[in-house]
Design a protein around this ligand. Structure first.
Ligand code: OGA
Ligand code: NI
Length: 419
């Protein structure tokens, strides 16, 4: 007989059938998952159908069950997508020094930097940058304001809640691939208002404005966010120039696409999670914009799927570095010379984590397609053109809800070439 966690004692007896295979509990069969050398049981409550209790079985103490806390099943990942407790930390993700950009030279020699960036984009789709010119002091001010904002009670935060009309603001129910993420966010755009199509209907030419919402507290949040956005935008343009050069294009090749940009910045708060091996802070996904520049604090949790073998690799926090990754749009523009890699965020039971991504997005009227200069008869375009604004609103609205269908992805525009 298994000693029951205290919460179960009054309800029933739990006994083992073929330990560690399955359990019988109130006549119902319960699966016991093998997760990372630790056996976890999941029990659904009769009285509380929306919550599961997790418990671990310590085999050495012969069948003692310990409650681990309650987690809403909406957060629980399918077995194959659960994070490992230990992942290798990437030495592999390139660390690139941008100091040559700040040199006093009118025309600094960019050649070796450009080839480093090209290699990183080809091999990883991810790299970290140092000496990037974004002031540490400014970033710290933003980080402090961000901590203060999320530390407030929910009643305060929901005053700037995001919904289907107010697209930017606070939100704590995001789903990625229909599983809920263990996080809360605050979004604001760089252009206020941001102009986007009114509907997903391809023939509807009407546009609407998306406006930012700012909380009363902390009072300095708006200013520090706007200053940070300015800096990140400058860096985004510089990186797009370097990426253009690395593809053999003129440095300004991409700049025009961002004239009426739809870029935004997100403040992410990942609270400690009682079941870090079942839930994710952010499920696996690819970033759909052109480029993402992310600041992460010293906790760690970002994992990248390595292109060479599909292994999940933890991106080790490097003080004051920023992480850059290629988004789906660069994958399309470069006709897959560069690939946008899948990534996700693991959480932990002890420390909360903060991260701040900047999503560099083009104007809504951009038709995204492989650049003519990068395609040929031998290397025909791998994608049909798609309208960025229509794609964006489709995704924004579907991310607000848990859907039964997969939300919009670039593979829907892929052209199948037969050899
Ligand atoms: C994202 C993302 C990573 C992180 O928001 O798209 O990948 O570390 N974030 O928060
Ligand atoms: Ni991402």
């Amino acid at each position: 007989m298994l000693p029951l966690p205290p919460t179960y004692r009054p309800q029933s007896t739990l006994f083992i059938k073929d330990f560690p295979g399955s359990f019988k509990f109130n006549q119902s069969e319960l699966a016991l998952d093998k997760v990372n050398h630790c056996d976890l049981g999941v029990i659904s409550h009769r009285q509380k159908p929306n919550s599961f209790t997790l418990f671990s079985i310590d085999q050495t103490l012969t069948n003692k069950a310990t409650t681990m806390g309650e987690v809403d099943p909406a957060f629980i990942q399918e077995l194959e997508h659960r994070p490992k407790l230990s992942t290798s930390e990437a030495e592999g993700i390139p660390l690139i020094d941008l100091s040559v950009l700040n040199s006093a030279d009118a025309e600094p020699d960019l050649q070796s930097l450009v080839s480093e960036i090209g290699n990183a984009c080809r091999e990883w789709g991810f790299f970290q940058i140092v000496n990037h010119g974004v002031s540490v002091e400014q970033r710290q001010k933003l980080e402090n304001a961000c901590r203060e904002f999320f530390a407030q009670p929910l009643e305060e935060k929901v005053k700037v809640r995001r919904d289907e009309v107010k697209i930017y603001g606070y939100y704590d129910r995001e789903h990625t691939k229909n599983v809920r993420d263990w996080k809360e966010v605050f979004d604001f755009s760089l252009q206020n208002p941001t102009i986007v199509p009114a509907s997903t209907d391809p023939d509807d030419k009407e546009v609407v404005e998306w406006h930012n919402q700012w909380p009363d507290n902390p009072p300095e949040l708006r200013e520090v966010c706007e200053e940070f956005a300015e800096e990140l935008q400058k860096l985004g343009y510089k990186l797009m120039e370097l990426i253009a050069l690395s593809l053999g294009l003129p440095p300004n090749r991409f700049l025009g696409f961002f004239k009426d940009q739809t870029s935004y910045i997100r403040l992410n708060h990942y609270p400690p999670c009682p079941a870090p091996d079942l839930a994710l802070g952010l499920g696996r996904h690819n970033d759909s914009g052109a480029l993402t520049i992310l600041y992460q604090d010293d906790v760690g949790g970002l994992e990248v799927k390595r292109r060479s073998d599909g292994e999940w690799i933890r991106v080790k926090p490097t003080p004051d570095a920023l992480i850059v990754n290629v988004g789906d749009i660069i994958q399309v523009w470069s006709n897959e010379t560069y690939k946008s890699m899948e990534h996700r965020v693991a959480v932990n039971s002890e420390r909360e984590r903060f991260s701040i991504p900047f999503f560099f997005y083009p104007a809504h009227y951009t038709m995204v397609q492989p650049l003519e200069e990068l395609t040929s008869e031998k290397n025909p375009p791998k994608y049909r053109p798609y309208n960025w604004g229509k794609f964006l609103i489709n995704k924004k609205v579907s991310n607000l809800k848990k859907l039964d269908v997969e939300n919009i992805q670039i593979h829907q525009f892929k052209i199948q070439h037969t050899a």
